[in-house]
Design a protein around this ligand. Sequence first.
Ligand code: AMP
Ligand code: GLY
Length: 420
Amino acid sequence: MNVAVIGSGGREHALCFKLSMSKKITKLFCIPGNAGTSQISTNLDVDYMNFELLYSALIANDISIVIVGPEVPLVAGIADYLNSKNIFTFGPSKKASQLEGSKAFMKKVCKDFGIPTAQYEEFDNLESAKKYINQSQHPLVIKSDGLAAGKGVTISLSKSESIQCAKEILDGKFKTSKKVVIEEFLEGEEASYFIITDGENYLPIGTAQDHKRIGEGDTGPNTGGMGAYSPSLLINKELQNKINKQIIEPTLKGLNKKGCKFVGILYAGLMIKNNQPKLIEYNIRFGDPECQVLMMRLDVDLLNLILSIKEKKLMSQKISWKKEPGITIVAAAKGYPGTYNTNSEIKNLQKIQTNNTRQIFHAGTINKNGKVLSAGGRVLNATCIGPDLAKARAEAHEMLKILEWDDLYYRKDIGWRVIN
Ligand code: AMP
Ligand code: GLY
């Protein structure tokens, strides 16, 4: 069968890498893909947000299974559209995607179904937001309601900063947002927990810890993610059980009650304190760059898992992982998440040896006249598994040192909380 992955980042390269090992696939496509995916799949240069155009390209290439990487097309309803056209599309419906598409929706689900999360209020006008801010303890967390590519959250230390942030969001800084969500600041350590689900049954598909800040020691502005490792060392059996019972299961049941069954990958961003989980946020897809390490460690056929959902037999599947931990380090263009150059040449990629324990996943790259050029803020992901995280990280650094690329920036301390 022919299969397509939607997206063009490191997550999608890692999905293609994993799927390319599946014997059931005749031909693998990535839409639109990047310079890395073009080596292991066929890139189709189609605007996937134009669903009709996308559908024509899928039919023309006899593609019967679609796996959606990013949240934006899911929130826009890509799964509803393609599934209604009888192309099996792995990912949640438009309505269920509101779990990530609207923080207000996600918080309401938590409230309605008793899921532990930060206290919050939502506002659509500055006057009432101000009033609330003025009577709240700080730090306070100010969030845009809608999608903001990981940049819509500020942990604010003062009333004036909180008011400024709320004003910017309500003034339309993030076009997707007309509301601001103001939350209690949660203390603890973060962990990411991923499940694959048909809406009723689910299997855990991995845990990870990412580093969202641009600077070493987790400082500076938030980014889409500068690196990650897996497994998360915080999540033990007892805690996993609590996460399943207190967070995952009430969410799946609750969404069923609301008439929007969630099918796909659900990513719970958690705050852990005293072995108790609280939900910070839901994402409706694999994390990027967490997916890169998850795919490196997953020891079963990803397509089989996805087909088992199509065939309604997810619980006949078993998931296993390689025992080695994994790490991924994002090579970004200097200046990211602010302004940065694109179209700068990346040399020596072909000199880096890769295999099933070490990969360079491409995130923002394009091929031009036989050269690989940067095409985004997050550009490459050096991803390794190894006997321990320190060794895996050292190997990822070795790979990046081979590169000749003027704009290269990466954090050398990914995993610092557990490596030191
Ligand atoms: P989000 O996009 O909601 O995941 O937020 C991005 C990051 O902001 C999270 O990974 C946390 O580090 C931080 N964050 C978000 N909400 C809270 C909260 N209520 N308390 C503490 N930190 C938070
Ligand atoms: N790395 C965080 C995310 O994918 O949302």
